[in-house]
Design a binder for this molecule. Structure first.
Ligand SMILES: [Ca+2]
Ligand SMILES: [Ca+2]
Ligand SMILES: [Ca+2]
Length: 263
């Protein structure tokens, strides 16, 4: 009689040899991890910048509100003058980069139409996310104080700031189209690349060497009363990351009339 052998209770399968990871396996794993992390982190950097841009727009819109409030608060309604970004004698209301508006008290005319937002006069942010000053353009018809001609409902009929869709070839948005025609004031953040901005620490202008013509126009450029507002671009020669917001004369008039400051 053949009896099957009972399986031995202590029988165990032979021990497999202990095995680690080879250098090549680790290298491949690290390589894949790097790719995955890179893919995750790149959009994160873009997201951060996107948030900074949205926040900058919100800050500038708040500055626009401050401009309107300032105009309403004046006995004779007017916008504040820009703060000089250079020059000035160092006298009261004639000092560059101190955040106080600069003007000639004898003539009632601003020292410049293109300078810094007078952050101290308005009580708003002095610099943007990238440490640069906010540029502020404001036209004389809206900033003159007595004795010069002061603001009225007909002030918007003159030649004011042109907001163009690209770098223009004339003072009237030649070669491109109007985004806004005849606005009294514009505030610009020169964005992350900062071309043409006044740096908040050194009080000097960042060079525009390498900037696109669109951004150069926002840093003065060919036409002092023309600026460019367009969608962000990283294309070679077309780079644009400026954040440009303008004040509609009609919004300003509406608010001044509502406040009984204009007839
Ligand atoms: Ca000043
Ligand atoms: Ca820029
Ligand atoms: Ca310009």
């Amino acid at each position: 009689m053949i009896k099957s052998l009972p399986s031995h209770p202590d029988r165990v399968s032979p021990a497999k040899p202990q095995r680690g990871f080879s250098l090549i396996e680790i290298a491949v794993t690290l390589f894949i991890l790097t790719l995955v992390l890179g893919a995750l982190l790149m959009p994160l950097a873009t997201q951060v910048e996107e948030r900074q841009v949205r926040e900058t727009e919100r800050i500038i819109n708040e500055m626009m509100e401050a401009l309107v409030g300032y105009a309403i608060s004046q006995t004779t309604p007017r916008l504040p003058c820009p703060d000089l970004a250079s020059g000035g004698t160092g006298a009261a209301n004639d000092t560059a980069n101190d955040g106080i508006e600069d003007y000639n008290p004898a003539t009632g005319v601003c020292a410049t139409t293109d300078g810094n937002i007078p952050w101290a006069t308005l009580g708003v942010n002095a610099t943007d996310f990238w440490g640069n000053r906010y540029r502020y353009l404001a036209m004389a018809a809206f900033t003159n104080r007595s004795p010069a001609t002061v603001m009225s409902l007909s002030s918007a009929s003159g030649t004011l700031i042109k907001v163009c869709a690209a770098a223009p070839t004339s003072a009237t948005c030649g070669g491109t189209t109007y985004v806004a025609d005849n606005v009294p004031a514009v505030i610009i953040s020169h964005g992350r690349n900062g071309y043409g901005a006044i740096n908040g620490s050194s009080n000097t202008q960042i060079s525009t060497a390498g900037a696109s013509n669109h951004e150069i126009e926002n840093a003065g450029g060919n036409y002092p009363n023309s600026v460019v507002s367009k969608t962000r671009s990283d294309a070679t020669g077309q780079e644009f990351d400026d954040i440009v917001v303008w004040l509609s004369p009609n919004v300003l008039f509406n608010r001044l009339v509502t406040a009984n400051k204009l007839p």
